[in-house]
Design a protein around this ligand. Sequence first.
Ligand code: PLP
Length: 248
Amino acid sequence: MTDSPALVRPDRRAELAAGLARVRARIADACAAAGRDRTEVTLIAVTKTYPAADVIALAGLGVTDVGENRDQEAAAKATEVAAAGAGPRWHFVGRLQRNKVKSVVRYADVVQSVDSVRLASALDVAATAARDRPLDVLVQVSIDGDPSRGGAVPGSADPDLGLGPVAAAVAAAPGLRLAGLMGVAPLGWEPARAFERLAAFAAAVRVEHPQATVLSAGMSGDLEAAIEHGATHVRVGSALLGMRPTLR
Ligand SMILES: *Cc1c(COP(=O)(O)O)cnc(C)c1O
């Protein structure tokens, strides 16, 4: 038995409210330290592994954007949240297989993890068929150039995986809108160094595609460094909802 989504337990609601207050304060402090306006940074609550009831509670606390990384889990949760009358923006932030694009375009408002020309094409076909307006897309960048962990590779000789070709494919796709870039600091890298590189890649992409203004960077452990280097969206899970039972 799961709790009815409309009935979030009061203790969990208080826990989420406290987590949200802490994360919002961190974002505000980081904006102040970077000389940026607080309104420039959007918090995305990454709710993977947590139930729809938590999403509904967070929406009730003013969270406008949520992130998920697995299609099956996200599709079910989005249905449950919509049935409860809540309408956050859904960001798909996980690795996306081409056989999942038909499902993802039905509930996602933004797909942040497009990292190949072939995936962009498949997403375009699915979005064109299922939606009445283009799907916002961020191109995920491999900051260290290692494509095995996902991400388009700046300067790659592979025309399917290069950052330039992937951004151009998204920009040219009628069913998609190139909104910007997403990146994850590579393991073992100093976050500031990673996000400085990501910002440079974003600036280069904007030369060709000035509409690509979104920079999704920073998670629970490194959101301050990301905001210092221009993040417009931070993706925060554990600092907001608690430690996840499994690593993913
Ligand atoms: C899980 C996840 C996050 C959130 O990570 P936390 O460290 O829990 O804040 C952010 N981005 C992506 C792509 C994720 O998969």
